[in-house]
Design a protein around this ligand. Structure first.
Ligand code: FAD
Length: 374
């Protein structure tokens, strides 16, 4: 549990603990195909669903610490990854003006439209996806290679390079002439993605999300929020995996006590392994909450968010792998929670910035911009 919570955050923690218990029970009694609406209903009743949505749109616009507490708590019961817990958040569409607000943002927040995020491009692309102005339209060409949920999306918020101006985010409807869904594919973690090409796609210039030339900054603010979400969920799952290891060591000790009277929980080697897990989880969890506090104080914490995401995913990956080793073969059986965590965390070490790219950026933040804390 994060330490020294004020009354507001203590209340958030109790709410999250109650919801976590409810979702664990729900998993046991509701069939997989019926889960999402049931999860959504439970989350709405708990007041968690609207935490990622701004107050102006009927949500509660929770801060970074409150969101970290909820995600960490749900992750600690291994239910934080379930779809339906959080309502759609505006992401890059935050603060857009008309006509984007009425045509896309409002229906999106109401769950009536779906979006994708087009950022990653194929390594062999001859040129970044680009756009040029033609009167009051933008003409877009290029390719995006890893748009999560893209095959079901009504529109893709796409990073393009505008000729002579620089990076911009543009909203492109999937139904526009010239947009082709080339391929849909699934990944190890169970998520689905799409490859799109754009061939002379014309959109009104009003589809620019924010100012042309400042698109990377806007994209980065969405990426930072997602990195914090990933970090908090992973930190919770570190605790879940460690709890499983401890239970397994106690069960084994009980068996040994029955067989030969030995009472120590865990061999010396198992104790070292468990201690290492706890030390690593402590460091990663401390980084998460420090970063959340910096964000809530309005500080520039781009580098710390990268550090928190990288620490959380790498730590969970190692803890999960070691936990499987300690628990044994049952942990690799399909359906075992550790097998599920292993799949998901493998994807998260790459998604929203591979660990090595984040490290390079943290170094660049320091050396080129004089930013970043330790
Ligand atoms: C589950 C999942 C969901 C995703 N969802 C989306 C999405 O919705 N939208 C989207 O646009 N993309 C998405 N992605 C793509 C993801 O952002 C990219 O896979 C990731 O950024 C790596 O890019 P890449 O695959 O092109 O690999 P590359 O950029 O080719 O990198 C491969 C490896 O090379 C090394 N490397 C590359 N550049 C550097 C550097 N500068 N410094 C040090 N090492 C480096 C790293 O080890 C890196 O892992 C998703 C990926 C996954 C796995």
């Amino acid at each position: 549990m994060p330490d020294f919570l004020d009354s507001e955050h203590a209340e958030v923690l109790s709410t999250a603990e109650r919801l976590a218990q409810e979702l664990v029970a729900l998993l046991a009694r509701v069939l997989p195909e019926d889960r999402e609406p049931a999860v959504r209903q439970a989350s709405k009743a708990a007041g968690v669903f609207g935490m990622t949505q701004p107050k102006a749109f009927g949500g509660s616009g929770a801060g970074s610490q409150a969101l970290a507490i909820v995600r960490d708590t749900l992750g600690s019961r291994n239910v934080g990854h379930l779809p339906g817990i959080f309502g759609p958040s505006p992401g890059v569409l935050a603060n857009v003006e008309e006509p984007l607000r009425s045509q896309f943002l409002l229906p999106y927040l109401a769950g009536e439209m779906r979006s994708g995020f087009g950022f990653t491009e194929p390594g062999d692309a001859p040129r970044h996806t680009w756009a040029r102005f033609d009167g009051d339209e933008l003409v877009i060409n290029g390719q995006k290679s890893y748009v999560t949920g893209g095959a079901d999306a009504d529109f893709i918020n796409t990073l393009v390079e505008v000729d002579g101006i620089g990076p911009a985010m543009v909203l492109i409807e999937a139904s526009r002439p010239g947009v082709t869904l080339e391929r849909r594919f699934g990944t190890l973690d169970g998520s689905h993605h799409a490859v799109f090409t754009f061939a002379d796609v014309r959109v009104p210039a009003t589809h620019l999300i924010g100012e042309a030339g400042r698109g990377l900054r806007r994209a980065l603010s969405q990426i930072s929020a997602t990195r914090m979400a990933i970090a908090a969920d992973c930190i919770g799952q570190c605790r879940f995996a460690i709890d499983l290891v401890e239970q397994s060591l106690v069960e084994r000790a009980n068996l040994r006590a029955d067989a030969d009277g030995l009472t120590q929980v865990g061999t010396d080697l198992e104790r070292v392994a468990l201690g290492d897990m706890r030390i690593a989880a402590y460091a990663a969890r401390s980084a998460l909450y420090r970063t959340a506090r910096l964000l809530d104080a309005g500080e520039n914490a781009v580098n710390e968010v990268m550090a928190a995401k990288s620490l959380a995913t790498e730590t969970l990956s190692r803890i999960c792998d070691d936990a499987i080793q300690l628990v044994g073969g049952t942990a690799l059986v399909e359906g075992h929670p550790l097998a599920g965590i292993l799949r998901r965390v493998r994807a998260l070490r790459l998604a929203e910035g591979p660990t090595e790219v984040l490290a390079t950026n943290v170094a660049r933040g320091r050396l080129d911009l004089g930013l970043g804390r330790i």
